[in-house]
Design a binder for this molecule. Structure first.
Ligand SMILES: NC(=O)c1ccc[n+]([C@@H]2O[C@H](COP(=O)([O-])OP(=O)(O)OC[C@H]3O[C@@H](n4cnc5c(N)ncnc54)[C@H](OP(=O)(O)O)[C@@H]3O)[C@@H](O)[C@H]2O)c1
Length: 251
């Protein structure tokens, strides 16, 4: 059995990844605040084991407990490979930093950065003696590499996620029973996150018109296309340990 822990599986990219992983040989553990009942039905019709955990990842102090619950359920002797896809993310608040409430700032950094860090730490620890293939894919963003007006929290969290990935890659490279880890910028995708961007006031996000044009001109990537690339990273023999890659550079 191959096990996949997917955060943010209720919609968007995470949902497309989970759907593509539906298979009799796989067990999907999905984490988001809401359950996608149609995904549960889709998996059940195909005899794929799937559990949805309705959990708010901004509640970072209970994540360890959530992971313990997940690992208590797994019989690792039956598992060939296990992967964690840290995909859940939030752009909000989009506005200059002095307009952001402390709670908004904390919420953003918790979901985008602290949650994937704690999940990765727990994943590695729980699999210390597991000898099969183990991988972490962190869904990052091009916004982690360049500044955007009004996106300071998001840019900082994604830049942090990229460097976190690089550090863990370095650490894992010194072990024999390695967890493979990579950070992937998924390109600009046609999801609810882009809808939110297009609704932002120009005074809070100066480039909003550019993003409205992306949609108008059909420049947004379909989530199915990006999900295929993620699936490739989950199975490829060749893997850039600690790599920070962009979907637009993948074959
Ligand atoms: N769309 C783009 O153009 C784009 C570009 C670059 C990078 N990305 C990155 O790609 C990833 C997927 O984005 P997307 O476009 O698919 O976004 P999306 O459509 O807004 O979906 C976000 C997912 O994250 C989950 N999520 C958000 N806050 C959460 C919380 N507090 N606790 C648990 N789950 C939470 C949501 O589930 P619930 O609401 O049910 O909790 C949802 O399943 C994100 O990391 C994003 O930063 C997206």
């Amino acid at each position: 059995m191959n096990v996949f822990i997917v955060t943010g599986a209720s919609r968007g990219l995470g949902n497309a990844i989970a759907r593509k992983l539906v298979d009799k040989k796989n067990y999907l553990l999905c984490i988001s605040r809401k359950t996608d009942e149609s995904l549960v039905k889709y998996a059940s019709e195909r005899q794929c084991k799937l559990s949805f955990y309705e959990y708010d990842l901004s509640n970072v102090s209970e994540i360890e407990k959530l992971m313990d619950t997940i690992f208590d359920k797994l019989n690792l002797k039956e598992v060939e490979s296990i992967s964690l896809i840290n995909n859940a993310g939030t752009l909000s608040p989009i506005k200059p930093i002095e307009k952001c409430k402390d709670t908004e700032i904390i919420g953003n950094i918790h979901v985008n950065l602290i949650a994937p860090i704690v999940l990765t730490s727990s994943f590695i620890r729980n699999l210390n003696s597991f000898k099969g293939d183990k991988r972490v894919i962190n869904i990052s963003s091009g916004a982690g590499k360049k500044p955007l007006y009004g996106w300071s929290n998001y840019c900082a969290s994604k830049a942090g996620l990229d460097l976190f990935t690089q550090c863990v890659g370095l650490e894992q490279n010194t072990y024999s029973n390695t967890v493979k880890i990579v950070s992937l910028a998924p390109g600009i995708m046609d999801t609810k996150m882009q809808e939110e961007i297009r609704k932002t006031e120009k005074e809070d996000f100066q480039q909003v018109e550019k993003f409205i044009d992306y949609k108008k001109n059909g420049n947004l990537l379909p989530t199915d296309y990006v999900a295929e690339k993620v699936i490739k990273l989950l199975s490829d023999k060749e893997f850039i340990q600690g790599g920070v890659i962009d979907v637009r550079d993948m074959e």
